[in-house]
Design a protein around this ligand. Structure first.
Ligand code: CIR
Length: 252
């Protein structure tokens, strides 16, 4: 498996923010945390491939939003925030080595953070970044393949994966306040601790979860459940409204 990552831009202090107030970001600390995150990913046997750095693009470290990688193809997205659209080309360049590429085009807008794959189902968040044209375009592009596309309305958070991520084969970690849990009927769910609304984002690599150390209460529940967890410090990138899934694109 490889993980595509990208350096933290020194311009991250001017990142997009939707649901968070702006707090000053310590760039050195953000860079250190990102390096530790890459090491955590590497320690799980994944090779890191860095897309070429884009110091002029504040949010470019959040590569997840630029692509959806499936078994058969990769879809290069058209991110919802205009400032983020130029990010996709460099990630596409790396992905082209591994998958045939398909592209979302105007008027579709979609952030990869809105796409949660569970088996052959793609849950796609309807958010401020992802529109219904993108969902229709995805259906069209993926017609030759056997995927079920299920739109999920999200509100109160940036992306679907701010509110729900996969933490086991048929197990999700969710914040039920930001989506209707009934959208995931038939899949078991663990709810985050009420006091940690941003705690639903975990990165699953094999049987291990890379998980933020700054959500101790939810972490305790995951531990109790017997899940294998590698914690990372990522509170600095969290100030840019980023979490653990968004800093890589996994290619199996
Ligand atoms: C943004 O608002 O686009 C960035 N500041 C954060 C993107 C985080 N992406 C993700 O969780 N997939």
């Amino acid at each position: 498996m490889i993980a595509i990552t990208r350096d933290v831009s020194p311009a991250i202090t001017s990142c997009e923010l939707t649901h968070l107030a702006r707090h000053s970001i310590d760039l050195d600390r953000a860079i250190q945390q990102h390096a530790a995150y890459e090491n955590a990913v590497r320690s799980l046997g994944v090779e890191i491939r860095r897309a070429s750095p884009a110091p002029e693009l504040p949010d470019s470290v959040f590569v997840e939003d630029t692509a959806i990688v499936l078994d058969e193809v990769a879809i290069i997205t058209r991110p919802g925030a205009e400032s983020r659209r130029p990010e996709a080309a460099a990630v596409a360049e790396v992905l082209a080595e591994f998958r045939p590429l398909l592209h979302l085009v105007s008027p579709a807008t979609l952030d990869g953070g809105d796409v949660l794959r569970v088996g052959r189902t793609l849950y796609v968040g309807r958010s401020s970044r992802t529109n219904h044209e993108a969902i229709a375009a995805l259906r069209q592009l993926l017609k030759p393949f056997d995927y079920r596309i299920v739109p999920v309305q999200v509100s109160g958070c940036l992306h679907l994966k701010s509110a729900a991520t996969q933490i086991g084969e048929r197990l999700l970690l969710v914040n039920p306040h930001w989506l209707a849990a009934s959208d995931f009927a038939g899949i078991e769910r663990i709810e985050i601790d009420e006091s940690e609304p941003h705690a639903a984002n975990a990165l699953r690599i094999g049987d291990t979860l890379i998980y933020p150390a700054h959500f101790p209460r939810t972490l305790e529940q995951l531990d109790y459940r017997g899940l294998q967890i590698a914690t990372v410090e990522c509170d600095e990138l969290a100030k840019a409204e980023g979490a653990v899934t968004c800093c890589c694109v996994l290619v199996d």
